[in-house]
Design a protein around this ligand. Structure first.
Ligand code: PLP
Length: 381
């Protein structure tokens, strides 16, 4: 069965790998398979040199220094490493963490774990009906015991962008650490410099391979130490485990392409997404969640009227889009993001997420609209 036969509008869950990245990945899997830590033989030495080159390149692209970068298996590991690592290192001095109700479950479940088993005092900020946080509420919730603020840059379900620079100014003013989950931002909003103290990414969200990501911990004026999550061979200061060179080469190529293409791609996807929303509104009286907020270029979270639910569920057999974030699919629970924005269970149930990529074409949207119109006019088709 060929997976490519279904138009794919679920790019916040994961993206198709870029052909150039796949070439690099294949080349490295075939020829550079030695362990970069085995520097006692020539193949290991070559792989070690390549590892150093790619790590430096990733650091340069992210505008950080190489010793601020940890390679991980993806954003979930980066988030766990950042939050648990900081908490276990400093909780005896400060144990208060501030986050938000619309964060990804990798953040929320990690906080819940620290709260339930290690005495963390967690404050989750509310959002308004557009998915935005209130910066005054953030500042008011900081107190002398506050260790860390965890707020994402771009929301995976609605695409809402949090004001990272303002948040950073507030955390700096109060000498509190700021971890920003930037996973959904790469290739979807223009990034020049990420100001947060810690941030992360996952290659499969930006046309790279699955199972590889990174965490950045900036060298701050006061050095931040982490309690490591994974213990073992100490291949990286805070992260043990064999260095997956082919995946790192893939990550480095994918990130290079993000920055090289971002102006062109973001503009193109945004036009596609906006056209999608405009055309959709002409066919069905939909509500676009967080339409009034600043959003990443590719995400459209749409609530349909009740009578269209069956139509949408039928279309899901021919087109790939999602009902909640892929990570919470199957849990049976309504989306915590839309719930936090004040939607009822029924409204959440009628909401669908379309997330586009650089590979989507106008023709795929037209096909979707044709099928939508057909399905509305022939309710039992
Ligand atoms: N953070 C955000 C905002 C996400 O959207 C995701 C994945 O959906 C993650 C973290 C977890 O990423 P990964 O699956 O690569 O671990």
């Amino acid at each position: 069965m060929n997976n490519n036969q279904y138009p794919y509008f679920d790019n916040n869950a994961t993206t198709e790998i870029d052909a150039q990245v796949l070439d690099v990945l294949n080349e490295y899997q075939k020829y550079y398979y030695a362990n970069p830590s085995s520097t006692s033989h020539p193949s290991g030495m070559i792989c070690n040199a390549l590892y150093q080159q790619h790590k430096q390149k990733i650091a340069d692209l992210l505008n950080v220094s190489e010793n601020e970068l940890i390679i991980t298996s993806g954003a979930t590991e980066s988030i766990n490493t950042a939050i648990k690592g900081i908490y276990f290192q400093y909780y005896k001095k400060k144990n208060h963490i501030i986050s938000c109700k619309t964060e990804h479950s990798a953040v929320l479940k990690t906080l819940e774990y620290l709260q339930n088993f290690f005495g963390a005092d967690v404050t989750l900020l509310d959002v308004n009906e557009n998915g935005q946080i209130n910066l005054d509420a953030l500042e008011r919730s900081i107190h002398e015991n506050t260790l860390l603020v965890c707020l994402m840059l771009a929301n995976n379900e609605t695409g809402v962008i949090h004001p990272m620079e303002e948040i950073h100014k507030i955390t700096q003013k109060h000498r509190v650490l700021f971890f920003c989950d930037t996973t959904q931002a790469f290739g979807k909003t223009k990034i020049s410099k990420i100001t947060a103290d810690l941030f992360c990414g996952s290659a499969h969200k930006f046309y790279g391979p699955k199972g590889i990501g990174f965490l950045v911990i900036r060298n701050l004026s006061r050095k931040v130490f982490l309690h490591p999550l994974l213990h073992g061979g100490n291949q990286q200061e805070y992260r043990s485990g064999t260095i997956p060179l082919p995946l790192i080469a893939g990550l480095s190529k994918a990130l290079e392409l993000v920055f090289e293409q971002q102006d062109f791609i973001i503009q193109r996807i945004e036009i596609l997404r906006n056209n999608f929303e405009e055309q959709l509104k002409q066919i069905v009286p939909v509500k676009i969640h967080s339409e009034k907020s600043l959003r990443i270029c590719n995400t459209s979270n749409v609530q349909f009227p009740f009578e269209y639910k069956a139509v949408l569920l039928r279309l899901m057999k021919k087109f790939c889009f999602s009902r909640a974030s892929a990570c919470s699919d199957g849990s049976g629970k309504p989306s915590h993001v839309l719930t936090a924005m004040g939607l009822t269970k029924n409204e959440v149930d009628l909401s669908f997420r379309f997330s586009f990529s650089k590979y989507n074409e106008e023709s795929e949207m037209n096909l979707f609209f044709e099928e939508l119109v057909k399905s509305i006019s022939e309710p039992n088709s």
